[in-house]
Write a protein that binds this ligand. Sequence first.
Ligand code: AP5
Length: 238
Amino acid sequence: MGVEVGNVALDQRPVSKLDRAVIFLGPPGSGKGTQAKTLAGKYGVPHLSTGDMLREHIAQGTPLGLKAKPIMDRGELVPDSVVLKMVAERIERPDCSQGFVFDGFPRTVTQAKYLGELLKYHGLKQPFVIHLVISTALLMRRLTGRRTCKVGGEIYNVYDRPPKMDGICDKDGGELYQRPDDREEVIQPRLNAYEKQTAPLVSYYRRLGALHQIDASKSVAEVEQEITQAVANIRGAR
Ligand code: AP5
C-alpha cells in the first residue's frame, strides 16, 4: 500500500526514468532485496542482486558457481575479481541503459571504485546510495525467519511477513525455501564480513555526497515510502 496524496496512491503515480544506478547498502537482513525489487519495479529497470546471480550460478553448476559455493556457505565474500566480471557483463545488456538497482553490490571499496569507472565508461551518472541502518539484534530474527520463493524470488518472513499458506508463495504458488546461509552459525560470519569489508563504503559514499540514510527497523511500507521520497528528491534535484 502506498501513501495517499489527495486521491492518488503514490505507488500508482506514473514514474519516469531512473537514469542512474541506485545502490542498496546495508547488513545481511536489513531489507535490501525486499526494497530493491520494489524500487526497480516502480521504475521498470533491472534489479541486480549479486547474491541472486551467484546462487543462480550455483544452481546451474557453472565453474563460477562451484568456486563461489563453499565461500558463500562459510559466510565470506566471493573474491572481487569474480564479482566484478559478472557485474560488468550484466550491465553491458541493453536493459541497463536507463539505470538499474543494485542489491548487495558493491561490497568492498575495490568494487565501488571499479563501479565508478564502469558507470563513467557507460555514460551513466554517479550512483545514489541508500544506506539501510538497523541494529544487529533485529537481524537474527529477519534472517532465520526468511523464506524465499523458488519461482519468482518473492521474500517472506515466517515471523513478520508470513505467506497466507505455509511454504507457498502468495504471488505465484511457488515453493518457499530457506537459504543455506541463513543458518545461525553462518549468520555471524556474514555480519563480520559486512562490518570489516562493506561498512567502510558508508564513509566512502558519504564523502562523495551520494548517501541517503534510512532507518530500516521500520515496517516494510514505511521504509518503502522513505526510499520512494529520497529517490524522487535526487531526481528532482538534478
Ligand atoms: P546476498 O544475497 O546479497 O545476501 P546479504 O547481503 O547477506 O543480504 P540478504 O539477502 O541476506 O538480506 P537483505 O538485506 O536483502 O534482506 P531481505 O530483503 O532479504 O549475498 C549472499 C552471499 O553472496 C554473500 O554472503 C557473499 O558470499 C556473496 N556475495 C553477494 N554479493 C557479493 C559481492 N558484491 N561481493 C562479494 N560477495 C558477494 O530481508 C530479510 C528478511 O527480513 C526477509 O524475511 C524479509 O521479509 C524481512 N524484512 C525485510 N524488510 C523488513 C522490514 N522493514 N520489517 C520487517 N521485516 C523485514
